[in-house]
Design a protein around this ligand. Structure first.
Ligand SMILES: C[S@@+](CC[C@H](N)C(=O)[O-])C[C@H]1O[C@@H](n2cnc3c(N)ncnc32)[C@H](O)[C@@H]1O
Length: 302
């Protein structure tokens, strides 16, 4: 099951194909599975509609940063259950929106939404070949699966470089890439228990990046125009997910069994602790495609 180059379709299915019905019990109604954007007006975590509002805030942030022109083409790398594609289809004037996922259950769900001008594909970004250039790319919390455990920083940077080189090749001149990822804070040893937890039975074959690795990999291809660190957003999102899962315990155990229910409760609580302790954080990064690749003197991110 374990690959060092990142999560395979099999690894992804281990996590996501637990069943759409199960995720629907504790995610918001758009089935967004990433940190939401909370602010003073979003409301309390205990408010049932606050999570949905905070998720829409986050999706809008990425669409704004992506600055998709009218009639343009959008790529969502790691589209999940299609929440961002659904909002883009509703609010943007895109001509074509393509979403990539490795999960069959997610693909089936996006297809069932029958979103206009949206095409979801069961496809790894590494084998993606666009029909024509994209005007904007968004990737929200898929980056964590692009490298596997046990790699050196240099090896991870090489994999991330392939990702940014591909996005550079696929984007039209001046195109934007809006990225969101969980990352290790720089003080933490990725080979220690925190890394082992992330790569254990929750997200097999995945490993978190560090900021220095992301910037080393993207710098030749993209100019960084905005960077936010928002661990508080994840803490509130995890609290909301935990509360909803706890409230749906009976149904969740019927749907996936008591063991899986307990595994998810533990995973959500452990993640919350890791964010609170500052061992992991959340980055939202906006990148503008450079006109041509820069050849920078190589530097070690570690
Ligand atoms: C945590 S989910 C986030 C989904 C969505 N962006 C959201 O915010 O709700 C990660 C997504 O990345 C996808 N993914 C992971 N590795 C991928 C790869 N190599 N190619 C394409 N999709 C990938 C998974 O299938 C899943 O849809």
């Amino acid at each position: 099951m374990t690959t060092t180059t990142g999560a395979s379709a099999q690894d992804i299915e281990f996590h996501y194909d637990v069943g759409n019905d199960f995720y629907a019990l504790w995610l918001d109604k758009s089935l967004t599975y990433s940190a939401a954007t909370w602010n003073d007006t979003t409301g309390e975590v205990s408010d049932a509609t606050a999570l949905a509002r905070a998720q829409q805030n986050k999706l809008r942030h990425h669409l704004n940063q992506a600055a998709l022109p009218a009639g343009g083409r959008l790529l969502d790398i790691g589209c999940g259950w299609g929440a961002l594609l659904a909002l883009a289809a509703e609010e943007e004037h895109a001509n074509e929106m393509i979403g990539l996922t490795l999960s069959r259950a997610q693909l089936a769900h996006v297809n069932s939404l029958a979103l206009p001008r949206v095409q979801a594909r069961l496809e790894d970004w590494r084998s993606h070949t666009p029909d024509s250039l994209y005007d904007a790319i968004v990737s929200v919390e898929a980056f964590e699966a692009f490298a596997g455990p046990g790699l050196t920083a240099t090896q991870r940077v090489a994999l991330y470089t392939d990702f940014f080189a591909s996005c550079h090749r696929w984007l039209a001149p001046g195109g934007m890439l809006s990225l969101q990822t969980i990352a290790f804070d720089n003080g933490v040893d990725a080979s220690g228990p925190v890394g082992a937890f992330f790569a254990s039975d929750v997200f097999p074959a995945s490993a978190l990046p560090r900021l220095a690795e992301i910037t080393a990999a993207c710098d030749p291809f993209f100019s960084l125009t905005a960077l936010t660190s928002a661990p508080q957003d994840y803490i509130r999102t995890l609290r909301a997910w935990s509360a909803r899962l706890l409230a749906a315990r009976e149904q969740a155990e019927k749907t996936v069994g008591a063991d899986t229910y307990q595994r998810y409760r533990l995973y959500l609580k452990t993640c919350e602790v890791l964010f609170r302790r500052g061992e992991v954080t959340l980055y939202r990064i906006t990148l503008r495609r450079r006109p041509r690749r820069l050849h920078l003197p190589s530097s070690s991110p570690s």
